[in-house]
Design a protein. Structure first.
Length: 102
């Protein structure tokens, strides 16, 4: 946890490190800190599904359920978009490979 905290203090723009730190805070039972790190990670990358999921977990553990329905909808939308993007990437690869001369 100390290493993640140091990495965040040295480079606050690293949203991935904030997500790791949030997970460590969740595991330690420090839910307010976890929620704070998730919010900061989402400020940098609004499509960070992991940070969003950890934010939902932290809020549930704190008993703050007001935002959770909207956050769950947002997470479902992000997952759907990611699946669609992945499908399009794979579809393109298949088309690209089929058009190669033999």
């Amino acid at each position: 946890m100390r290493s993640a905290q140091q990495a965040v203090s040295l480079q606050p723009a690293l949203s991935g490190v904030r997500t790791v730190l949030a997970k460590l805070y969740l595991q330690a039972g420090n839910y307010p800190q976890a929620v704070e790190q998730c919010r900061k990670a989402l400020d940098r990358d609004p499509k960070d599904q992991t940070a969003l999921y950890h934010l939902i977990q932290g809020l549930r553990k704190m008993g703050d359920n007001r935002e959770i329905p909207d956050l769950l909808k947002r997470l479902a939308l992000l997952r759907k978009q990611a699946a669609r993007d992945e499908s399009q990437r794979n579809q393109y690869k298949l088309v690209e490979e089929d058009t190669q001369p033999r």
